[in-house]
Design a protein around this ligand. Sequence first.
Ligand SMILES: [Zn+2]
Length: 210
Amino acid sequence: MLSPRLSIVQVCHRLAASGFVAAFDGNVSARLDGRTILITAGNRNKGEITVEDIVDVALDGKPRQRGPVPSSELPMHLAIYRSRPDVHAVVHAHPPFATAFAVSGTQLTANVFPEVILSLGDIPLVPYATPSTEDVGKALMPFLDSSHAALLSNHGAVTWASTPDEAYWLMEKLEHTAHIEWLARSLGGVQKLPPDAVDALKRIHPYSST
Ligand SMILES: [Zn+2]
């Protein structure tokens, strides 16, 4: 198993290879222990990032050593870790189809794919907040407990999970879902599953609380 630092690097490379980020977009973090998180440095291309570009930051936001400046989205990551002690990784990116929904203010249709109901749960469209401010975390707060992923209005997407790998897979699933819904809309729209079918799925969903 990879160390959290190497895991973050691997996820960054996947984000770049998948086209989920451009230029210096995106940021990835992981919880190191009860007091420290690791996060990508700002202004780094995610396809070229190395372990030297991963910064140790205390949960109060102070860098633990001299070195690169943490991503400007650090406040959003910290807000998620403070609010969800069970979360150990956060991925933020701008995947094109998911971000198209986010910038057009279009909610993804709920209760369409069984596997999305089981893996991602509800995918909220979070009201716009200025990137890199504490306001992004505040806007996310109402949705953190009931979801694993969110669209950030006029911005992009964020996922939170137990490991960097899992947070990446959720991001990939989110983008795939948005891509398929885009195509389905061009064919006339999506058909939602009936409520009893959704109830049956949620009964077997390990995160089932909604
Ligand atoms: Zn962003």
